[in-house]
Design a protein around this ligand. Structure first.
Ligand SMILES: Nc1ncnc2c1ncn2[C@@H]1O[C@H](COP(=O)(O)OP(=O)(O)O)[C@@H](O)[C@H]1O
Ligand SMILES: [Mg+2]
Length: 433
């Protein structure tokens, strides 16, 4: 019986809080998992950025990646690792690169999801210098009136980049005049025009991590630190299951292992509006009360994948979803079948059994970790990176107290009034989704 070490690499950028808690939790868990006659142990290390030989080996079994969507050196190193060194990574870098918001809308429309009516328009401006640009536009670009599209879709509509994220350049447009202005300002960006879900009564963000899902009631009008609300019981029977299946279907279709899906509810229908968020917001400054769940989800899924050496799904396989989409069935029945594909692909049953057998102490260890100065320091460091100096202590306490509320409730305490929030003069950077 040999002792085997599985190496988990964290490919990080501005992340501070979740990796610190992930590392601390892995240390506390001190796992020794029997797999096929051997004992599997884990080492966690942060991936560095440096020149690499395409033929050099990769020392990691699994990489949790937070850079692919914008940092190309790491993305290409990861691709080499997958192609040449049997590396497992979340998320699949080709899928992140190729499937922007537009693709996700089209694909999920094809599967029958009620995506609000969405158009795409050519951009207002272009990069100069391409000699082909003028003849192309002169010959083929048809004049159009953006307000006429608004009339067709209905007002208000949302104008947002087809490859959007982080609320960049998203405008609610109420009439023709506002549409002309927003289009003018959109400059070289290729925009979607999307019907607003007017008067929605609930907004939910469902985070998916492998087969794990978690729904949060989201308040888009609140400051960033209050958008993930601490509301409970905001879903009616069956709705959580529905949103779980939607998220699993999307993630599995694109082979994303962590992503978040935003849906708006109106008149009995959940409209998914933004679900191209692979590498979702994982910061305590947004998630606070919900942060321990996410850290646990990171640990569970990476330990499961690394311990079992689950093969990474390198290519997408859309055909089985389209086979179901073709059937003459009500959407809910199709959704059941899509979700079944996802559950099989994510090995949901094996995963549950694995967690039950080998990670039964995770809840308690997480609970303990989030009572320590070590965890509080991780929170403070993230707050210090984002908030002005005079707000650091106040917001550290705010997020910490929300986490303490989670701790008390997870040990059976009844809900008490959450600590009062406060305004911030923090300049955005907005998180990714
Ligand atoms: N169709 C829509 N109906 C109502 N609100 C919308 C719609 N599309 C976008 N929004 C609002 O705009 C915000 C940003 O749009 P979203 O598509 O999520 O872009 P991003 O990818 O930048 O997060 C959403 O969180 C929501 O508040
Ligand atoms: Mg969004």
């Amino acid at each position: 019986m040999a002792e085997i070490t599985r190496r988990i690499g964290l490919s990080l950028g501005a992340d501070i809080c979740w990796p610190a808690c992930f590392e601390a939790l892995m240390k506390r868990l001190d796992l020794r998992i029997p797999v096929g006659g051997d004992t599997v142990r884990f080492e966690v290390e942060r991936v560095t950025i440096e020149p690499f030989d395409l033929r050099q080996p990769v020392k990691y079994d699994l990489v949790v990646d937070r850079l692919t969507h914008w940092f190309h050196t790491s993305r290409e190193w990861i691709k080499k690792g997958i192609l040449m060194n049997d590396l497992y990574v979340f998320n699949n870098p080709w899928s992140v690169q190729a499937n922007e918001k537009h693709t996700t809308y089209c694909a999920m429309m094809a599967l029958g999801m009620p995506i609000p009516e969405t158009w795409m328009a050519p951009p207002k401006g272009y990069e100069p210098g391409n000699p082909d640009l003028k003849p192309t536009l002169n010959r083929y670009a048809k004049l159009f009136d953006i307000a006429k599209i608004g009339d067709k879709i209905g007002w208000p509509m949302f104008m947002k980049p087809y490859d959007g994220g982080g609320w960049r350049a998203v405008t609610k447009v109420d009439d023709a005049k506002a549409a002309y202005k927003a289009y003018e300002e959109s400059d070289k960006a290729v925009m979607h025009l999307q019907a607003a879900v007017k008067g929605f009564d609930r907004f939910v963000r469902c985070i998916g991590f492998g087969p794990q899902t978690y729904c949060v009631s989201y308040d888009a009008s609140a400051p960033l630190h209050d958008r993930y609300t601490m509301d409970r019981d905001f879903l009616r029977p069956g709705e959580e299951d529905h949103l779980r299946k939607i998220t699993l279907t999307i993630n599995s279709f694109f082979e994303w292992e962590f992503n978040s899906c935003e849906s708006l509810h109106k008149d009995g229908v959940w409209y998914p509006i933004d679900f191209a968020n692979p590498c979702p917001d994982s910061q305590v400054t947004s998630l606070h009360y919900h942060f321990p769940w996410l850290v646990k989800a990171y640990v569970r899924w990476s330990v499961f994948c690394a311990a079992t050496k689950r093969p990474m799904r390198k290519n997408q396989e859309w055909a089985p979803f389209y086979e179901i989409a073709k059937l003459d069935l009500p959407f809910e029945e199709k959704l059941d079948r899509y979700a079944k594909i996802a559950l099989t692909r994510y090995q949901a049953d094996e995963f549950e059994e694995f967690c039950h057998k080998h990670l039964s102490h995770l809840d308690e260890q997480t609970w303990e970790l989030f009572g320590t100065e070590e965890a509080k320091t991780a929170v403070r460091q993230k707050v210090a990176a984002l908030f002005p100096a005079h707000e650091v202590e106040g917001f550290t306490e705010l997020f910490w107290n929300r986490i303490q509320m989670w701790r008390m409730e997870s040990h059976g305490a009844p809900r008490v009034a959450p600590p009062p929030s406060m305004p911030s003069t923090r300049e955005l950077p907005q998180e990714r989704d």
